[in-house]
Design a protein. Structure first.
Length: 334
C-alpha cells in the first residue's frame, strides 16, 4: 500500500468504545475499505517540539467484528505531517486539554495535513453558543451570567430549558415553568451565583412526541435521514446517554432549509462532519467535536455515512497542493 495514503485518528481508547454504536469505528472501517492505512492516537500521544507537531502513532487495523474489532501495532513517534489527514474524534468534555490538542493539530494543519474537523473551528464553535451565528434557525435564546435576566426570560417565555455551556450528554439540563420555586437555585447552580455564563432557551414541547432530531451534515450536505431521540417517560432530555430512544425519520422540508442555512457556511470553515440538533424545527445545538448517530442510521436506513465522509475527505485531499506535490515526488522516486 502506498505510504502516501495514511489517515490518522485521534480518539478515546478504542478498546473501550461501544462497538454497535460508535461512529468513529464506522468512519475507520470506511477509510480502511477505501485503501487508507490507519494510524491510531489518543490525546496523550500528541507532542509539539519547536513548533513541529509529532504523534506517537500505532498502525491500526479495524474489523466489523464485535468480538474483536481492532489490532494495534507498536508505537513510533513521527511528525504528524507524515499523515495525509487526521480525524479528530476525541469525545468531550471540551476542556483545556482538548483546546491544547487543537493547537498541536493546527501546527500539523499548517504543515499540510487535512484535519477533520478543522482545529480552529473546534475551538470557535461551542455547540450551544455557535447557534447565535444562525438566529433565524433558532428558538429565542439568552446567554448570560445575570440571574435577573434569566428570571425575566422565564417570565417572558413561560417555560424554558436551562443549560451549562460546557455540558455534554444531557448533563445538568433543567426545564422550568413560570413560577417554579426551583428557578432561583437552578440559576444559581448554572451560573455559580453569577460567575459563569449559562444558556436559557424557550422550551419546545415538540420534543415529547417528535424528539430531539440529529441531522448529520457531510461536507455541508445533509444525510437523508435524521435520528430522532425520543425522551423516556421519566425524563425530559432527548439524549441517548440520558435514556432517550433513537428513531430514524426522513428529513422534512424544514430540516433541509436548516441544512442549507448552516451546512455550506460550516463546510467553508473546514467542518466536514457536523450534527445539528433540531427540536420542533429549531436548531438547539451545533455539534462539531464528535457527532454521533452513524451506526444507528446505517443499520436502520441502509445509509453508508462513513463512506460519504471518507469520500469527502478524499475530495479535499485531492484538491490540496500538498497531495499533488507528494504524488509527483513519489512518481519521480523522491
Amino acid at each position: 500500500m502506498s505510504p502516501l495514503k495514511r489517515l490518522g485518528v485521534v480518539m478515546d481508547p478504542i478498546g473501550a468504545i461501544h462497538y454497535a454504536k460508535d461512529s468513529t469505528l464506522a468512519m475507520l472501517l470506511a477509510a480502511q475499505a477505501s485503501g487508507f492505512a490507519l494510524a491510531y492516537l489518543e490525546l496523550r500521544d500528541l507532542l509539539l517540539r519547536d513548533g513541529v507537531a509529532f504523534g506517537r502513532t500505532r498502525a491500526l487495523t479495524v474489523r466489523p467484528d464485535p468480538a474483536g474489532w481492532f489490532t494495534l501495532g507498536e508505537p513510533a513517534i513521527e511528525p504528524l505531517a507524515a499523515l495525509e489527514g487526521i480525524l479528530m474524534r476525541k469525545d468531550p468534555p471540551f476542556d483545556t486539554e482538548y483546546i491544547y490538542s487543537t493547537y498541536i493539530l493546527e501546527r500539523a494543519e499548517s504543515a499540510g495535513v487535512l484535519i477533520v474537523n478543522r482545529p480552529q473551528g473546534l475551538r470557535d464553535m461551542n455547540e450551544k453558543v455557535y447557534t447565535a451565528w444562525f438566529p433565524q434557525c433558532c428558538a429565542p435564546t439568552l446567554i448570560t451570567r445575570d440571574m435577573g435576566e434569566m428570571a425575566a426570560f422565564l417570565r417572558e417565555q413561560r417555560r424554558i430549558v436551562c443549560k451549562p455551556l460546557d455540558g455534554m450528554g444531557g448533563r445538568s439540563i433543567f426545564v422550568l415553568g413560570e413560577g417554579d420555586p426551583n428557578a432561583r437555585v437552578v440559576f444559581e447552580t448554572l451560573t455559580d451565583h453569577g460567575q459563569r455564563f449559562a444558556l436559557v432557551q424557550r422550551y419546545i414541547p415538540d420534543i415529547v412526541e417528535s424528539g430531539d432530531a440529529r441531522v448529520l451534515l457531510v461536507d455541508g450536505e445533509p444525510v437523508p435521514y435524521a435520528l430522532a431521540r425520543i425522551p423516556s417517560a421519566q425524563d425530559h432530555r432527548g439524549n441517548l446517554a440520558a435514556g432517550a430512544t433513537g428513531v430514524p425519520r426522513p428529513l422534512n422540508d424544514r430540516d433541509r432549509w436548516l441544512s442549507r442555512e448552516i451546512g455550506p457556511a460550516l463546510a467553508a470553515k473546514g467542518m466536514l462532519f457536523v450534527g445539528l440538533d433540531v427540536i420542533g424545527g429549531f436548531v438547539t445545538e451545533i455539534n462539531v467535536t464528535s457527532p454521533t448517530g452513524i451506526r444507528e442510521l446505517d443499520k436502520q436506513c441502509g445509509t453508508r455515512i462513513g463512506e460519504l465522509l471518507i469520500a469527502a475527505v478524499e475530495r479535499h485531499l485531492a484538491a490540496r497542493p500538498r497531495r499533488a506535490s507528494l504524488a509527483a515526488a513519489a512518481a519521480a522516486g523522491g
